[in-house]
Design a protein. Sequence first.
Lengths: 386, 415
Amino acid sequence: MEFAMRLPALAAGAALLLAVAGDGAGPAPKAPPAPAIEAGASRCGTGRVPLRPGPQVLPLRNDGGTSTNVTLIDPRTGAIYAELEGMGPGTVRSLRVTLGPGSYAFRCAQDGPGDPVTGPVTRITGTGGGGTPGIVPVSENDLYASARAYQTYVSTGLGRLVARTDALRSAVDDGDLGAARAAWTPAHLAYERLGAAYGTFGDFDGRIDGRPAGLPGGVHDAGFTGFHRVEYGLWHGESASSLAGATDRLARDVRALRSAWPDERVEPADLPLRAHEILENTLQFQLTGEADQGSGTTLRTAAANLEGTRELVDLLRPLLRPRYAGLAGVDASMDRMAALLKGRSSVGALSRADRERLNGAAGELLERLAPIATICAPRRRPQGAE
Amino acid sequence: MTPSDRRSFLRGALAAGVAGAVTGPSAARAAGAVTGSPADRATVRSFHGPHQAGILEPPRRRTAVVAFDVIATGRGELTELFRTLTDRARALTAGGAPVEAGISAPPADSGVLGPDLPGGGLMMTVGVGASLFDDRYGLASRKPPGLTPMRTFPNDALDPAWCHGDLSVQLSADEEDTVVHALRDVARHTRGALQVRWKINGFAGPPRPSGTPRNLMGFKDGIANPDAADAREMSRLVWAAPGTTGHGRDAPEPAWTAGGSYAVIRLIRMLVEFWDRVGLTEQEQMFGRARDTGAPLDGNHELDEPRYAEDPIGKVIPLTSHIRLANPRTPQAADSRILRRSFNYDRGVDAVGNLDMGLIFTCYQQDVARQFEAVQTRLSDEPLTDYIRPFGGGYFFALPGVRDAADFYARALLS
């Protein structure tokens, strides 16, 4: 069955290659195609391009009739050294790797029902190190437990958020703006601790935590809603009666999010991305002070975002421990940033030296978090790899 | 955080084995990756040597001058910072293929210069400011005695945001993308240890039509430089002289400074709209040179020596002209000469709609007090001061060169 499926695909690929070769051929004999490693499943990893120690550019050609994912793996462990995803049929692409001592084989996963195929094994011997590191891939299955735990973390946090937003609404409804200002920050931090970034909460995030950027009317735009809208009013002399509508809407949006959340599916693939994306936003909007609408609390927001990041890293930790040598550095950087944020609230109150230290700590932490996204991106785990 | 944690980031960088180019210039050549005109290649020098690149070499077409504040904690992290800077400078100037990260990390290189770094086109010059020798790193006793914070001169309008810094890094190349690529690389590898304090981009024009390039006042700038190819002159005027005392001080230069040089960087806005409304004769008398040829007003060619002795009251070259005050060509003034390495800058518009452009004045010398400050003091209140506003810069000590693969910037200072 499988064999039969592959035959027409092969034939189609051959026809395509022939068509390309015939296209524009002049009177001079056409030079043979440059040597390349086959990336289609039928002849995976074969070709007249030897692997050698050190940096190299490997040409790969998909001779199959459908797109293919190619990885260079250690066949003993299944660790991936390099990958090319979604190579179209008939295309040639290059794969850049630096090879240290080890065992290498190509693995070709042709789109379609067939199993991935592992090509011939090349052993590189020697004492030199410093090659592209091999990482045992993380599967979507591996991430499910983390995704479920994150779902629970958010559910718990949403309960707290609803209670605190209700308290904020009550204070405004009572006309007590002092109490409302005191209630705003804890409610907002309850949201910021959830680790919302880049669509985790879909449209809810814009409604609950949107900034005036991108709204033609700025802070006076009817589309400016949520925590920052309420913040603007509370710290710019707006009356309680004028603010009541915005506060009520915030409380309702927060409740709507809590109701919707149990039906939301946390994409396992998103978790590793959030590890650095939450703090990318923090650097962009909180450490710059841009998000501030008068409360002067962007550094408390940053601390809450860091808590959310720490939760994510902890959830991914079992997957990271055997795969990421820099994990201790991540922890050290998170501690360092947390210490610099402790007791801080407004960016404007920082000395130049303190601000530089904080910016540097955040930048360093981001560099260390970024590899988590590439290491833990869900990949198909090779079958039959021991 | 422990030093070893930091080390894993700064040296192991971003992920295991992503420390950068390892293949060196020969691999880059083999891959046909070395680019640039034959003239460029003629000036390419090895990264290793007793002096840093960017001092004796003629200025490239593009530069970025960046002052950093060091936020590393303690002497160990500071040492790691200098090792990282050295690794990056070595890799960036040698060129080659960066180590591929595979799926272990995002790409190690920004890709701005293509998959293989061309190398050969970049010069990186690293200096340390007086503030690095405060109580943070235990270096107070090792401070070169002539290294002070930049003085405020009478005609200055200094903006603190554009002054001083713990560290200076100048990146020069003939192409802007080479400079930008290098700066991104250096910043990425040092985020937890350095923060940019101020940064300015500059350019050097080609000869117009010949000889020394012009500044944005239209005059040739840097004609009377000492000869950088004359090693004896350089050891008298440019390189630090360990064991000797300097101008107006008793403390001798420490041994670690051998091969280094004092750098003075002055960011000087030129009021170009005002300047363009000044008659040519007045412009030329302010400089003491003809605008079209660069010749002194008593000569025919830019390299002609002005004959001040024959013009004692300044009938031809006014006594207050820039070139006459800066270098009176007397035996007494001979040891105050400086090696100028300036660039033009162009960075936007001011509040009244005037263009903000001018000069990144940079000079190297053996002794700032004896040389730059003496020259600057002679220039105080020269007529040209009405047309310029020095707004920033700093004094730095350009570190000794990195001698070999085991050496690193500031090794002699730190050990």
